[in-house]
Design a binder for this molecule. Structure first.
Ligand SMILES: [Zn+2]
Length: 343
């Protein structure tokens, strides 16, 4: 089933059935269930006995293949890193050794969708459907397409093969080629109201849904993941250090956090900084309302100009966050910079 806040979108989408677009781009905030929605749609399109509302039947041969991840008319283009995590059929199986664009063998699973994966798709598009129905290609997340792969996919979208439906999913439209966006029918996906999201989380047995939702900008699946996040103790440690202002121990932070992915820690830092600013200007933190007192103290002590410069530094780091930098050194520099704001 899709999530309750997606029901309207499902119904409106079925209105397109008569003239189904060859490419749909589902976009919206991270953590609201876009991928799940697109997968559900893919299964509905492939099902050989769908309900009147386009829902899969769940019992035909196509539905069974889909559930097992081996429907011959379905491909999912995912970064290698995700292919292992998600039970999805993929053109390149996750344990296959994929060559990078410059020909080197990589060991660590890639975070990018590579041109080899798109090329493999051309074979898929070249032959007819095994079951005589639609063929479906899911691209997730679309912003993971590297430059070469994006250009190759663009060529396919410019001359769409008959009978193939592309479903692209993205939380970062700003990172997509404008030419790819222009080839897709855009479909904005909704973030549920705070009330609805809280109720859903409570139903899933998640404690303190309000606090978690504040921290994830209202995205319920992100809040659910946060509740189960094994890194939470480290996150709490980091927030404590940030709250300490001039007493922030940059070296202890770097030591404790060095094993974590840089984007995770940058995310915590960015949200904290946002809240310092929100506290200072509007007296209302967005992500960490429980830390309002500490945020007020920090906001009082910092110099506005130095803060603006520091924000730029953090934004720059964010732009290169996926590069294999030495995490410990990155964190050391960032937390030293943070502490200097209070001197
Ligand atoms: Zn079915």
């Amino acid at each position: 089933m899709i999530y309750p806040w997606q029901l309207d979108d499902w119904t409106r989408l079925q209105g397109l059935r008569a003239h189904w677009p060859h490419a749909l781009l589902f976009h919206g905030q991270a953590g609201i269930g876009k991928l799940h929605f697109a997968q559900h749609l893919a299964q509905g399109l492939l099902c050989e006995d769908p309900t009147g509302n386009g829902e899969r039947c769940g019992s035909c041969v196509a539905c069974n293949w889909f559930a097992q991840g081996n429907h011959p008319d379905y491909r999912a283009l995912l970064p290698e890193l995700l292919a292992g995590e998600l039970a999805l059929a993929s053109a390149a199986s996750s344990d296959e050794k994929v060559e990078t664009d410059d020909g080197k063998k990589t060991r660590a699973p890639s975070k990018e969708i590579k041109i080899e994966q798109v090329r493999a798709l051309l074979d898929f598009c070249g032959v007819g459907a095994h079951r005589g129905g639609a063929r479906v290609v899911l691209v997730y997340p679309a912003e993971a397409l590297n430059a070469a792969a994006a250009n190759a996919l663009l060529k396919t979208l410019e001359e769409p093969p008959a009978g193939v439906v592309f479903l692209l999913v993205s939380a970062r439209m700003d990172r997509l080629l404008p030419t790819i966006i222009s080839r897709c029918r855009l479909w904005p996906m909704p973030t549920p109201s705070a009330e609805r999201a809280r109720a859903w989380l409570a139903q899933q047995g998640v404690a303190e849904p309000g606090t978690l939702l504040a921290e994830t900008g209202g995205a319920p699946l992100a809040a659910q993941a946060l509740a189960a996040d094994p890194n939470r103790p480290l996150r709490d440690f980091t927030l404590k250090q940030l709250a300490a202002g001039a007493q922030c121990d940059a070296f202890a932070c770097a030591e404790a956090l060095q094993k974590l992915p840089v984007p995770v820690v940058l995310g915590w830092l960015q949200r904290w900084l946002y809240d310092v600013l929100a506290q200072r200007t509007a007296d209302r933190p967005r992500y960490f309302p429980a830390a309002a007192r500490e945020l007020t103290q920090c906001a009082r002590q910092i110099d506005a100009n130095a803060f603006a410069r520091y924000l730029k530094t953090v934004t720059r780091e964010r732009a290169v966050e996926n590069h294999p930098l030495n995490a410990r050194l990155v964190f050391e520099a960032l937390f030293l910079g943070y502490r200097a704001l209070f001197v």
